[in-house]
Design a protein around this ligand. Sequence first.
Ligand code: C5J
Length: 222
Amino acid sequence: MQIEAAPFPYPFDVSKTAFVIIDMQRDFIEPGGFGETLGNDVKLLEAIVPATQAVLEAWRQAGGLVVHTREAHQPDLSDCPPAKLGRGNPKLRIGDQGPMGRILIKGEPGNQIIDALAPIDGELVIDKPGKGAFYATGLHVTLKERGITHLLFAGVTTEVCVQTTMREANDRGYDSLLLEDCTESYFPEFKAAAVEMIRAQGAIVGWTAPSKSLLAALRNPA
Ligand code: C5J
C-alpha cells in the first residue's frame, strides 16, 4: 500500500506497520485536567479526537497493530529524574495532587487514556517515563519481535512527545509517518513548525499526511 504523503509517497505493509497513539491521556485532553490547569486551551487537543478515532477504527478493521502510550511515572517517582521533577509549573509538579489525581502518576484517573480511544485486548499500552516512547520502555524490542518496520503516528503534543518519539524511531531505523490532523499542540505555531521539521530535507525524520490519505489507501490498496 501507499499513502499520498509529503515530501513523497509513503509505501507500507499493514502487517509490518504499527499505529502509535501518543499520550491521549485525560490530564492532557479533558477540560478540568492538568493541561487546562496550566492555562492551556484543551479544546485544541480535543479537536483531533474524531479523526484519530476514525483512523483507530479503520486500523483495527485492517488488522494492524495498535500501540498506545502514556506519560506516566511510578508513584514513588523513582523513574523521574530530578531534572524533570524540577521543571514545569512550580504550583503543580509531577506527583502533586491535581484535579484528576496525582500528576503523571500511573493508575491515577488523569493518567488514563480518554474513553474515545481506550485500548482493547491485544493492543500494546506503553507507560513511558520520558517524552520519547523508546526511552526506558522496551518498545523497540517488542516492535522488532513483531516484525514492525513502519510506524504511523497520532497524539499529543506534536512538538514534544510525538516529535521526540519520531526522532527516536528514525534513529532506530523505522519509517515513520505523522497523521497531520491526528496530532496537536497547545501552541499551533509549534505544531506547524514540527510538521515542517519532520518532513523537511527529503523526510529527514519522516513523512506527514492527512488521515484521509491513509483511509483512502486502506480502502483502495494500490
Ligand atoms: C507530551 C508534554 N505528551 N507535552 N507531554 O507531549 O509534556
